[in-house]
Each structure stands twice: as C-alpha cells, then as structure tokens.
Design a protein. Structure first.
Length: 344
C-alpha cells in the first residue's frame, strides 16, 4: 500500500516539508490508544533467532534506522514500532544550528535516490537529551559532529561536549567526520587528526564510565565516506586497531554523481540511495577482508531490497541500517528482511 498509494502522494510535495508532515502524522497516530500495538502487529517480528550481540550490545534484530532521519531524537519510540532493531539519532552538535539554506533536500526519483545538503541542522545536543530521557527501551545510537562555526583544530572539543551530554542516554556513539555538507569536515578523516580525535574520545569514555561507577565504556564507531581510496581505507583499519574503537559504519553519502538519470543530479550535497548500493558493499567487503574481520561493521547505503541487505551481511556487515530505502520502499522492507533472515 505504501509504494503504490501513499508514496506517490507524498512525492508530490517538497521532501523536507513531507518529512516534518510524516513526523506529525506518526506522532498523532501513536498517541491514539491501540494504534501503536496495531502498527507493531503489522511490522514487528519478535524472534530470538534474530537477536545479535555486537560490541557488547544485544540487538533485537540486525536492521536499524540510520542517522539523519530522526536527527533530534523526536520520534525514536514511535519509529521502533515499525520493526527496527535499533535507532541512530543525530547528527547532533553542541549548539543548535539551522543548517544550510533551503532548498536542501532533493529526490532523484528515476534513480531511487536522494541528495541532501542539510548541514547538521539540529536543536543542539541538550535539547535531544531531554527527549532521550523518555526512552521506552529502544536501543539508541548517538551520532555526533561539530558545529559549522567550529574550526577543525577545535573540533575535538565539540565531539567531547556531545559525548559527555549523551553518555547516559545512548547505547553507542558514532563519530561523524564524513558528511560532505559541513565545510572541511571530511579533512578530519585524515590519519593524524582522526587518530587524535578518537584517542581523545576514548580518554573521555574512560573518565565518564568511572564517574558513572560503571565498568563498561560506551562503544564508539566511526562513520566513513564511500569516496575513500583503498589506501585511505587501509589507514582506517590501522586507526580503528590503534585507537581500539569498537567498529565502523560503512558508509555515509557520496559526492560522486556517475550514471545518474535524474534532472537534478547536479545539486550539491551527499547522494544516498540505490546509486550507492554497490560501492558501500565494496567498502564493507574491503574492510572485512583486509582487517581479517578485526572489528564489527554496520552496513548502510542503498539498501532497497532484501537482496541488498543480504549482500551487505554476506560482505561482512554485522548489522545494517536503512535510510533512503525506508523512504522509497516503506516499513515493509524491514519486515521482509527479518522474515528472510529467519528462513536462512
């Protein structure tokens, strides 16, 4: 019903306005008695065989929602009713920021893709924390970044502020240095600055776990761009091993525009969706093989079918995330992936 009735109507309107409209509607529906239970009955599959333990956390199933959809942690409880095993919120920054000027979100319908140049628009980390205090048992990842006005030489302080604010409210952290929509952010993926950043966050991790009188530190993952060369990916492997972070999310959006058919393909920003399917899988396979599977990988990028999901898992991903595929295919895709995994 979604693909043939609801989506065609939604796609008639501006994508960013539709996004906010959907949030309002889903919030409203979930406030009506019995509706959350009905939604869960349609989409949620509860089965011990789907559970996966990765970097010390138990996931109800391996299909998560990628960062960017629920930036400000406004709807993670409601979104979990569609069957996601985990929800990643953010990217959050220390201070609120408007992001880039509108229009900044574009559908490429012929390519089953999206271009965004949102620019870390969010209400600030402390605003999100207030909503995370109302978490009803959803496994949450916290994706963190720096404010646009913060120079790269001071970026570590922004990441530390977000890390400390979210420490008691998220289950794992994601360090985002790979968005193409914040000026010079991707320069932080270079070996020296990235190593320093991750080492500083590990120190912060240890301090905060001791302060909380907890023996367990929070898992830290690195989200990388699909546009890295093989040499740069080998550097990423070295950095993960050296800094002892817990894993990698592969991949973020791409700045490459090869083979697109849509008329608005030249819009600047990060491209997501089907054009990213093969490249993100290649990056997952490269990291898994070259590291001898030394660390967990969350696979994301161009998952629009069950086949796409299985290819990511077979390439070496331990978990997967949806974003553009969720928008184009609807929540049935989550259920279909989990049903297929139960048959294997």
């Amino acid at each position: 019903m979604y693909k043939f009735l609801i989506r065609p109507i939604l796609f008639l309107f501006d994508p960013e306005k539709v996004h906010h409209f959907i949030f309002t509607i889903v919030k409203l529906l979930n406030s009506i008695p019995f509706i959350p239970s009905l939604i869960r009955s349609l989409y949620v599959i509860e089965d011990k065989r789907l559970e996966k333990e990765v970097f010390g956390l138990k996931f109800k199933n391996p299909v998560g929602l990628a960062a960017g959809f629920d930036k400000d942690a406004k709807m993670f409880n409601e979104l979990s009713n569609f069957g996601f095993g985990f929800i990643e919120i953010g990217t959050l920054t220390p201070k609120p920021q408007e992001g880039n000027p509108k229009k900044r979100l574009f559908r490429l319908i012929e390519d089953s893709a999206i271009i965004n140049r949102m620019g870390f628009n969010n209400g600030g980390v402390l605003d999100a924390v207030e909503r995370l205090k109302k978490n009803k048992g959803v496994l949450i990842g916290g994706n963190i970044g720096k404010n646009k006005a913060t120079p790269n030489k001071e970026a570590v302080e922004d990441y530390k502020i977000c890390f400390e604010a979210l420490f008691n409210y998220v289950d794992y952290f994601v360090v985002n240095v790979s968005s193409p929509n914040t000026p010079d952010l991707r320069a932080l993926q270079d070996k020296n600055p990235l190593t320093n950043l991750l080492n500083d966050l590990q120190i912060e991790n240890q301090k905060l776990s001791l302060r909380a009188q907890s023996r367990s530190q929070k898992p830290i993952l690195l989200k990388i761009a699909p546009d890295l060369t093989n040499e740069q990916l080998l550097d990423i492997i070295d950095i993960v091993v050296e800094t002892k972070i817990d894993g990698v999310i592969a991949t973020n959006t791409t700045i490459v525009r090869d083979g697109l058919a849509s008329g608005n393909k030249k819009e600047t920003g990060g491209l997501s969706g089907k054009p990213l399917t093969n490249r993100s899988t290649e990056v997952i396979r490269f990291l898994a093989e070259k590291s001898n599977k030394a660390f967990p990988i969350i696979g994301v990028g161009g998952i629009h079918t069950v086949k796409d999901a299985l290819e990511k898992l077979e390439a070496g991903a331990d978990l997967i995330q949806l974003y553009t595929g969720f928008i184009y295919e609807g929540p049935k895709l989550i259920k279909d992936i989990n049903k297929t995994l139960l048959k294997r």
